[in-house]
Design a protein around this ligand. Sequence first.
Ligand SMILES: Cc1cc2nc3c(=O)[nH]c(=O)nc-3n(C[C@H](O)[C@H](O)[C@H](O)COP(=O)(O)OP(=O)(O)OC[C@H]3O[C@@H](n4cnc5c(N)ncnc54)[C@H](O)[C@@H]3O)c2cc1C
Length: 466
Amino acid sequence: MLHLEKKLIEELKSTIAGTIILPDDPTYNKARTIWNGMIDKKPALIVQVADTQDVPVAVNFARKNRLELSVLGGGHHIAGNSLAENGLTIDFSNMKKVQVDPEKRRAYVEPGATLADFDKATQAHGLATPTGINSTTGMAGLTLGGGFGWLTRQYGLTVDNLVSADVVSAGGKAIKASEEENPDLFWALRGGGGNFGVVTGFEFNLHNMGPEVFAGLMVFPFHQAKNVLRQYNEFSQSAPRELNVWVVLRHAPPLPFLPDDVHGKMVLVLAIFYNGEADKGEKLVDFLRGFGNPVGEHTGMQPYTQWQQAFDPLLTPGLRNYWKSHNFETVTDELIGSLVKFAGTIPSPHTEIFLGSISGLQNEIPAEATAYPLRHARYIMNVHGRWEDESDDDRLIGWAREVYNATKPYAAGGAYVNFMTEDENNAVASAYGANYERLVVLKQKFDPENLFHMNQNIKPKPMAST
Ligand SMILES: Cc1cc2nc3c(=O)[nH]c(=O)nc-3n(C[C@H](O)[C@H](O)[C@H](O)COP(=O)(O)OP(=O)(O)OC[C@H]3O[C@@H](n4cnc5c(N)ncnc54)[C@H](O)[C@@H]3O)c2cc1C
């Protein structure tokens, strides 16, 4: 473990309003625990910032003392880059405020806020913006990588609703990024992850919606999976954008609306979200019922905030996780064949294959408009390898990679950086496709020393002298 002079730590303590947690502190282990149970990193110090002013102090401290620097938002990223082994972690868990201006339909969000914090504050005014599907995810990391969820078909990605961001640069300066101020930085932040600075505040555009939506689950027996997926593909091409249906292939959890003999059996689940009135939602759901013979269903009007938490029990923190993801433009028969084949070999009761629709408004935005490049993608697959015992690591990781390799021929290319595992760092350039070169140039401009490298790293490249 790196040994920092006591005097230096004392100096840092006296200059910030927040708390410094060191390895011998009783709260250290809790503070370094993140969502993926496979990550066991030990920062030399965790700086739990209390306010925006603490952030440049921590950034300058890390730079001057040549410490590895990481930024912890909601702690959900699978790769575990939010913790700096033997370095300094800026921890935003005490900065979770979300303020809403209902007149302007804007939300001002601190970087430690989770999706639950965001939804609670915005729904109090009947407002929302697209985020993700698990309420414990952090707004910060989700936004900086792109961000998609139930409202994406209608209102785009989370970054498409970002109006401005307050950023602390590698040099420790506070900068505003928006279409008007530092537009190149604003471009890079919208998909470029944590590469360009530490964001201390986000401003989002909001939409009228809720408080209730029509949503729920419909469960089909696994032997009908191919047939259901074919109809899903066809239906989702012309479905209204207020409707978003995702497919989950997994062992059935013991949900109360499922017969006992279905519990633990492989099933195909349609997760259904309709941002509209009950009667229209009911008609759409009736159509979906015709895809096969559901063995159980639980749909109806419910608070949007409740639906936003519907998957929390399946995506609890602490398990070991290895995920693999592809984007698709269409769900071909070949892809369906492959998905169903591998779903039939799912190696643990916690493991699942998700297929989400992101087709809609976000496809109309040019790929070069934001750093997030995957504007051609209409579906995203995420293979959630999840298990309990370390002894299963090789088996589960091997299986997830097999699914990824087998489905690659049908993929649309690129990758969603928010789903990239630690071993995919060499795929960052191809993940960003045609936007990568511009990102490299901007990295050189805003972070030439690559201080912010605990992420899906874009390496700076000095420009050739003329
Ligand atoms: C259970 C689960 C469900 C998910 N569902 C979805 C989903 O529905 N849709 C979706 O789009 N994604 C989803 N994701 C992926 C999610 O978007 C990423 O994991 C994202 O990085 C989470 O952000 P975080 O703040 O929680 O993560 P962290 O691990 O805290 O941060 C991830 C990275 O973001 C950067 N970062 C974080 N905060 C800041 C900051 N303030 N300034 C600068 N950089 C920062 C850092 O590089 C950090 O390493 C899901 C992930 C999980 C684990």
